[in-house]
Design a protein around this ligand. Structure first.
Ligand code: C5P
Length: 403
């Protein structure tokens, strides 16, 4: 988290400037405030208006604007920040920084600052490998400037190699590391299942259930906000993909199991999906014809139990395996038995009997069951359940790491 941290972001003129917009959003999500300076080149790639809308701050663009100078001089601008971040950092701005050139607002602020500076270089691979750039970067590093990336891969210029700007989440991880505020789950991997599964009867019909996916999606988002690399395996839902989460969409229980297995190893698995217990033994290849007075009879077979299968793994078992139990009676008692039967560590049980509005609704009343006992959580929103669970997960994994 970066609550209260003030970032002065310098956006120089590289194609990766579009990523800086996402970077601003994510920095603010973590509680940082962002003021931005757009270089003349930067303003060719993103508009001051988009930067201002995302940062909710005035955007600074020109050293010689009387307005800017009278409101906030380059000295104050560079001092009223906890960190100066240059992203994208082009070969040109890196060269100016190394040489101490101050010919616009951005480079003047960078020269005038007494605050730490971080840079995310991005450029064509040959420009990056050029001796001039390598020497400039070495000079900057020797002066204590922290660089993030560049990564390698396909570049916007069509060439392949080193030169891609680091992704916003990598830059943020580096900033959190720098401030010693690394998110509690950074470096951890989390898997979450969510939503219903659809089990085909024929190409147009399926067996499904009313799960909205709201709880599972909120948990994935809460884990990602705490820094976990989070994979969400979701059945068909109307929920939007949560920010910062890798989403794999599946239809059936068997696909869900396969996607979960492919995600391993993980530190924690949260099975919040309402997986269909049974599926038609055989899905018809073409739409079943309606014959009056002769409804087809379906022969059902049991679906694999994803939670039990993750909990039963030997070596590759996630450190924490967490399930949900939707009950309509004797909630705590049934959940305890279910936790033991499935072999998972924690079970979050909820009452889904008619009138509770849990299934498909916005709130949830949880009985939190562990090996050693259980506790009742007051009625709260699914978002709040997700936050509380993510905090418990972080505390548990931290305790485990300290052992
Ligand atoms: O047995 P029951 O369906 O009540 O168990 C609910 C828990 O088990 C939930 O965590 C659900 O995600 C998980 N589950 C599963 N695979 C199944 C059935 C349930 O992962 N086939």
């Amino acid at each position: 988290m970066l609550v209260g941290k003030r970032i002065l972001l310098v956006i120089a003129g590289g194609i990766a400037a579009y990523k800086s917009l996402d970077l601003i959003r994510r920095l603010r999500e973590r509680g940082a405030s962002v003021r931005a300076i757009l270089t003349r080149g930067g303003a060719e790639f993103v508009t001051p208006l988009s930067v201002a809308a995302l940062s909710e701050e005035k955007v600074y663009t020109d050293l010689f604007s009387l307005d800017d100078e009278s409101e906030m001089g380059h000295i104050r601008l560079s001092r009223e920040a906890d960190l100066l971040l240059v992203a994208p950092a082009t070969a040109d701005i890196l060269a100016k920084m190394a040489a101490g050139i101050a010919d616009d607002l951005a480079t003047t602020a960078l020269l005038a600052t007494n605050k730490p500076v971080m840079a995310a270089p991005t450029m064509n691979v040959e420009m990056w490998n050029h001796k001039a750039t390598q020497e400039n970067v070495a000079t900057l590093r020797a002066r204590g400037i922290v660089t993030v990336g560049p990564g390698s891969g396909d570049l916007a210029c069509g060439e392949v190699g080193s030169g891609r700007m680091a992704e916003p989440l990598e830059i943020i991880a580096q900033i959190e590391h720098f401030f010693g505020t690394a998110a509690p789950l950074s470096g951890r991997r989390a898997l979450v299942t969510s939503g219903p599964t659809h089990e085909p009867i024929d190409p147009v019909r399926f067996i499904g259930n009313r799960s909205s996916g709201r709880q599972g999606h909120a948990i994935a988002a809460a884990l990602a906000r705490r820094g976990a690399a989070t994979l969400l395996v979701s059945g068909p839902t109307a929920e939007r993909d949560p920010a910062g989460v890798t989403v794999t969409r599946v239809e059936t229980a068997r696909d869900m199991l396969e996607a979960c297995r492919a995600a391993l190893p993980v530190d924690v698995a949260v099975c919040a999906a309402a997986v269909a217990d049974w599926r038609p033994a055989e899905a018809a290849g073409s739409k079943l014809k309606k014959a009056r007075g002769k409804p087809p009879s379906l022969s059902l077979v049991e679906n694999p139990d994803i939670l039990a299968s993750l909990a039963a793994r030997g070596n590759g078992r996630p450190r924490l395996v967490i399930g949900f139990a939707a009950e309509t009676e004797k909630v705590a008692e049934n959940a305890k038995a279910k936790r033991a039967r499935k072999g998972c560590d924690w079970m979050l049980a909820n009452d889904v009997s008619t009138g509770t509005d849990t299934f498909g609704g916005d709130s949830n009343t949880i009985e939190f069951v562990t090996e050693t006992g259980s506790e009742g959580w007051p009625r709260m929103t699914k978002q709040e359940v997700a936050e509380r669970l993510a905090d418990r997960i972080a505390a548990n994994l931290r305790a485990g790491a300290a052992e």
